[in-house]
Design a binder for this molecule. Sequence first.
Ligand code: PMP
Length: 449
Amino acid sequence: AIDAAHHWHPQTDMAEVNARGSRVFAGADGIWLTDTEGERLIDGMSGLWCVNVGYGRERIAEAMYQQAKVLPYYNTFFQCTHPPAAEFAQAIAEVAPEGFSKVFFANSGSEANDTVFRLARVYWDVMGRPRKKTFIARKNGYHGSSVASASLGGMSFMHAQSGLPIAGVHHIGQPYWFGEAEPGESPADFGLRRARELASAIDRIGAENVCAFVAEPIQGAGGVIIPPETYWPEISRICAEREILLVADEVICGFGRTGRWFGSETFGIKPDLMPIAKGMTSGYVPMGGVLVHDRVAGPVIERAGEFAHGYTYSGHPVACAAGLANLAILREEGLVDRVREDIGPYLQERWLKLGEHPLVGEARMVGLIGALELVRDKERRTRFAEEGRTGTEARELSLANGLVMRATRDTLLIAPPLCLTHEEADMIAERAARTLDDLADAKARAGET
Ligand code: PMP
């Protein structure tokens, strides 16, 4: 047995980890994880929404090995670069929406959002509007763990632990129709109402002081909040009208998750900046970055000279080599189109059927990212007691059924690798259905239903 006592598990209480015994994953292939006991489980979360092309890709491992032999490291400061960084930036620009021809490399999603924080302010500075410094983001958004990105994030428990957010960040409501709409309010009306909170916030703070609105196309860690159709067009309109930069955090949605290269394309968002990470390298190496639209990059490059920002490992050659191989796989195997036209709709059909289960208040999915809302009373949408306990219980039952899911409060989340087969999609739906039945049995035994 491996002793995990010296490893501080992220966001987990050590006493709890040791009491329940850590699960130690030792290998993986395709969508399958293998633990040290030899048990194989379906990774229904792609790690943490990372492994878009699936595990065990020799081509990525080989690309990293070859690059490490040739040029394992060099920086991208002081007018220096190297072929992998230049080629990867170009390859990303090729799949990005029109006008995004510049990539600023970082090493994680958190750093990507820190870069956004500084770059957006620099932009308004060079545009002669230095007062535009305030950010507006959303409750339960997640943008990272660094000081600036956790401040942009709207996780109140993170804020409470360390005295965040920093000054100059405001939060508005999330477009969470299932959890927060008024009785009888349609998704369309609710989406508009939530979008207009942005207009009110900007008007309160003064558009002359607001730098950018930052949001994920689909809130991921916040519970896979898929916004009503009315939401993003209204947000885009408000940002354009009031001259606010629109930042679409594509760290989860980017690189195919929603069936387009970027979630912004799925929802018709026209962002100015797109932080990226995760699927950018399918998690084989840590990497992040910001895709910058020409209308922002142009003035900054022209007027600010150098944007004094970057990291020792920005555009790391081995990471870029992995990213290039990852992009080549996504393109050559047509994985993004497949999510939109084939495997996405196939899993969605089965996933949405789970919505008929008595304990499911809502099943939702776009591309290959979805959620189940667990409820005690379907009609009244009432939750079980102690918010979060049922989600954790369901996640554990799912693990016992050989399917890794994640729980946010009492919402179960799913986001499998994009390469899954139809048989594997069937298995996910079957294992999730079995988990719901097991949960119903457990709740009945505990006298909770
Ligand atoms: N943005 C979003 C939307 C995320 O989901 C995450 C990570 N879950 C981040 C940013 C932060 O990325 P990282 O953990 O790589 O810093």
